[in-house]
Design a binder for this molecule. Structure first.
Ligand SMILES: *[C@@H]1O[C@H](CO)[C@@H](O)[C@H](O)[C@H]1NC(C)=O
Ligand SMILES: *[C@@H]1O[C@H](CO)[C@@H](O)[C@H](O)[C@H]1NC(C)=O
Length: 400
């Protein structure tokens, strides 16, 4: 089990400072509601960075906002609930259940979700808020001396590094932590290490051409595997066709979906606006069929840091950032607002050099030569928890 097939993590933090200085018949699950907001954030980010590799955790975005929600009041709360499409009454029971499902031991893939609140020494948070974050999100709470920003940043960064097995370092810079005004830092971290259900053989990986988002051709290590996949051709409402392929992880609770425009000339941006949890479910229930194919997929690593204030504000979540308007009266009696919300995520998709197991060989005895699907141009990936519909990670890869 030492093989690293996919490794992703995301860490998100919100730094609080003192003020004065499309649903179908079945309602979407809470995993889907939050993931939809996260996917909208993703779309905002890729719009601003069409040529970059982008990785974010939609569920991470929803989690940190969900963690702040019990502290919010009035319009501040309404914006959060509205953005997350949560019901007004009692989303917490559902969120608690979701957190349990996602982190349950039955997930054969390793998902670690860790949340923490780092408060300034002496900053008093209401008990009900602390209880809510503990009960719903298993959040740790600790106190720090923000009077010493370097030491405070070191502690937060060490916590993050611990929770992401060393893969995310230096999330917080000391200059983000104003020694006089910082009251609270909220952190959400997601670490995921999945093993492919059907592994790639390292010796099949070859250097092949990939036409990157900049139009140039690059040689990249391309993994190759003959196997049975769920795949199909979907279409946006504008009639732009794109291929979707599902790569399940060991244990069958999570899958990676790869989407790329069918026509080489079509930009990835043409399918982005179509992306939602409803679209992703429609792939599984509608367009995908099992078929034997040879899949060629680049190995890739991507890391991105995203400042969430712009994207969230564009989606109507503005008050939490506004010194005069943020209303977190259920968090603390001191007036506070969010001065910084950023997320850092990283993904590694590969096979290691050891021999692939024989588990899938029986399906490899192709009688006729199967079609090839070659992911050799910019593509989209999503990592989804099947039963809850939660999107843990989403990314755009322009150049592996
Ligand atoms: C990180 O892990 C080490 C080793 O388990 C532990 O001693 C340390 O206290 C942890 N740091 C934080 C900030 O939690
Ligand atoms: C995913 O979930 C759906 C509905 O909950 C279920 O019908 C399907 O069998 C699941 N797929 C896998 C691969 O477990």
């Amino acid at each position: 089990m030492s093989r690293v097939c996919v490794l992703c993590m995301s860490v998100l933090l919100a730094v609080f400072m003192l003020c004065g200085a499309g649903p179908e018949t079945a309602p979407p699950s809470y995993g889907e509601r939050g993931s939809d907001l996260g996917l909208q954030v993703f779309q905002q980010v890729v719009k601003a960075k069409p040529q970059d590799n982008v990785v974010i955790s939609p569920h991470g975005v929803a989690s940190i906002l969900g963690m702040l929600l019990p502290g919010a009041h009035g319009p501040t709360k309404r914006q959060l609930i509205g953005g997350l499409h949560y019901r007004n009454k009692g989303p917490y029971k559902m969120l608690r259940k979701l957190h349990k499902v996602l982190t349950s031991k039955t997930n054969a893939d390793l998902v670690t979700i860790a949340n923490a609140l780092f408060a300034r020494e002496g900053f008093s948070m209401h008990d009900a808020f602390l209880e809510a974050s503990r009960d719903n999100f298993m959040a740790d709470s600790r106190t720090l001396d923000y009077g010493n920003p370097q030491q405070a940043a070191d502690t937060i960064n060490e916590w993050v590094s611990n929770k992401t097995k060393g893969h995310i370092q230096n999330l917080v810079q000391p200059d983000m932590l104003d020694p006089a005004l910082t009251r609270l830092v909220a952190v959400n971290s997601i670490y995921f290490k999945g093993l492919w259900k059907s592994r790639f053989q390292a010796q099949s990986t070859k250097m092949r051409s990939f036409t990157a988002g900049d139009g140039k051709s690059y040689k990249v290590p391309m993994m190759s595997q003959l196997s049975v996949y769920n795949m199909g051709v979907a279409s946006t409402p504008d009639g732009v066709k794109y291929k979707v392929i599902e790569l399940p992880y060991h244990g069958n609770t999570m899958s990676m979906f790869i989407a790329l425009p069918s026509e080489e000339a079509t930009a990835l941006a043409a399918i982005m606006p179509h992306l939602s949890t409803t679209t992703v479910s429609s792939w599984s229930t509608g367009v995908m069929r099992q078929g034997k194919i040879r899949l060629l997929l680049p190995k890739f690593t991507a890391e991105a840091e995203v400042d969430l204030q712009g994207p969230l504000s564009a989606l109507g979540i503005t008050d939490i950032f506004n010194e005069g308007k943020a209303d977190f009266r259920h968090l603390s009696s001191e007036p506070v607002h969010v001065s910084k919300a950023l997320q850092k995520a990283k993904i590694e998709v590969n096979e290691d050099g050891t021999k692939a197991t024989a588990a899938t060989t029986s399906i490899l005895l192709a009688r006729s030569s199967p079609p090839w699907v070659i992911v050799d141009r910019p593509f989209l990936f999503l990592i989804r928890h099947n039963s809850s519909g939660t999107i843990l990670f989403a990314g755009q890869i322009n150049k592996p």
